[in-house]
Design a protein around this ligand. Structure first.
Ligand SMILES: [Mg+2]
Length: 479
């Protein structure tokens, strides 16, 4: 079934009203695209408590009520019971809610959050969008508890900054190592697409891979680390190998499509999607990006890959080509949103539907239309590893309607962060809640790994031979 997998009701995105001759009469800015309706609704509910004296009991009662609505909604979405009632109370209040794969422990999460940040003691500032996002994240982790078996991470802006690499000093590495040692499967699910070319992903993740070796992880443990590139199109796995100098290193190597997309698994198989349909989607997206580039005078380049098409900052040479324009270093987020919404509009009106999901998203510095989605990746891996939805969580930063993490909500639990720093906080909770490590143990692990760090800063072996262009995967010489 054709589906534009960005978690948005396409009827909401009405970009223009056309006149009889097809000319555009009016433009509409869809404000909803920048909002999450569940968070907004909870915020509104909490404002009642704030206005009515800010008592802790009032918030707790509200949280218990929402917990109950989520429980009832889960019963309603359970297909065996769906026929009994037309809709759930929660769906009536927040029409965009879809599925919850666990209950949410909102009362406990709010209590924990309030104990630390004392939000109910404030007199002038009610709970904000971000605070509610944090409480929802915590309530999700508490609900998963020690049932956790699989964590997928977005790459850019979740594990490292947009377009950056995983730094060896990143505190996230020791947390990921603890999870791997505890038997949790870790997978980076990224739009970055270098096919089965492991060394290119090794450049992005070099800091983490070096830590795997320093921490003395076994081959079996290192094997629990995976990467899915191009949203859902290429699976790779980490291995412990000897390099030419006889030293142990962690390498990233491709997993054949026939293995993880084997017939026996009841899950989507991206490698079998029809090429002519893929081409049709990418042709429309590429034409749309080209129009956007011209009309908005973007100093941008269009990049076409087998399963994606992107628009990226064009570099200094584009200044000459588009003298009165912008975006050679960084494309404005407003321009990227416009580019994405135009592409969505074109794809939404495509003449023949296609048999697989695709996603159009603002990647922070670039915009892409990708074949498949992160939701597909999670679903395929759940079948491959035989893990239930309730035991999986995807952590990412793009959960608005022009983002590419939002599609994971259909297939697993999700945690919405805004930066690698927030990912660190979340994983600290995960180590406490799911692995039962106390604060001292968590701190000790981090300190131990820092002691192991022998190489001085800027050591030559920490410096890559060339800089890799993160968009194309091409190596550029260091100047
Ligand atoms: Mg991201």
């Amino acid at each position: 079934m054709a589906s534009l997998d960005i978690g948005v009701n396409m009827a909401e995105i009405s970009l223009s009203v056309e006149g009889r001759g097809g000319e555009s009469l009016r433009n509409h800015y869809n404000q909803a695209m920048r909002k999450d309706k569940l968070v907004e609704w909870i915020k509104e509910m909490m404002h009642h408590s704030f206005v009515l004296g800010n008592s802790v009991e009032s918030y707790i009662t509200t949280m218990e009520y929402i917990e109950e609505l989520v429980r009832e909604h889960r019963e309603w979405t359970d297909s065996s019971r769906a026929l009994r009632r037309k809709t759930s109370r929660l769906k009536t209040l927040v029409p965009t809610v879809d599925v919850f794969h666990t209950e949410l422990h909102l009362k406990d999460a709010f209590t924990k959050y309030n104990n630390k940040y004392a939000i109910t003691s404030r007199k002038h500032v009610p709970p904000t969008f971000n605070e509610i996002r944090h409480v929802l994240n915590l309530s999700q982790l508490l609900a998963i508890g020690d049932d956790l078996k699989f964590i997928s991470f977005d790459g850019d802006q979740t594990l490292y900054s947009d377009g950056g690499n995983f730094e060896e000093k990143s505190g996230l590495s020791y947390q990921i190592i603890e999870l791997i040692k505890a038997g949790v499967i870790i997978c980076v699910i990224t739009a970055a697409n270098y096919f089965h070319d492991g060394p290119k992903y090794e450049v992005r993740l070099q800091g983490l891979l070096r830590r795997f070796i320093k921490a003395g992880l076994s081959e079996e443990e290192i094997n629990r680390f995976y990467i899915v590139g191009g949203e859902c199109n290429w699976l790779l796995q980490a291995h412990k190998r000897e390099n030419d100098e006889g030293k142990l290193v962690a390498r990233i190597e491709g997993v054949e499509h026939e293995v993880w997309q084997a017939d026996e698994y009841d899950a989507p198989k991206p490698s079998k999607w029809p090429q002519e349909e893929i081409d049709r989607v990418l042709d429309i997206a590429e034409a749309s990006f080209n129009n956007s580039r011209q009309e908005m005078r973007l100093r941008a380049r269009i990049l076409r890959k087998p399963t994606s098409v992107g628009i990226i900052p064009g570099g200094a040479k584009m200044i000459q080509e588009v003298p009165q324009g912008h975006g050679n270093e960084k494309l404005k987020s407003e321009a990227l949103d416009e580019v994405v919404l135009r592409a969505i509009d074109e794809l939404n009106n495509m003449e023949h539907s296609v048999s697989f999901p695709y996603c159009a998203f603002n990647g922070g510095r670039d915009a892409w239309v990708d074949i498949g989605s992160k939701g597909v990746a999670v679903e395929a891996l759940q079948a491959y590893f035989a893990i239930e939805k309730k035991s999986c969580v995807h952590i990412g930063d793009q959960f608005l309607k022009t983002g590419n993490d939002i599609s994971a909500r259909a297939t697993c639990n999700t945690v919405w962060i805004e930066s690698p720093k927030e990912t660190f906080k979340i994983l600290d909770h995960v180590l406490g809640i799911s692995l039962g490590l106390d604060k001292m143990e968590r701190a000790a692990t981090e300190a131990k790994l820092d002691d192991d760090e022998q190489s001085p800063r800027g050591s030559p072996r920490n410096t890559p031979a060339g800089r890799m262009n993160v968009y194309t995967g091409e190596f550029e010489p260091v100047k």
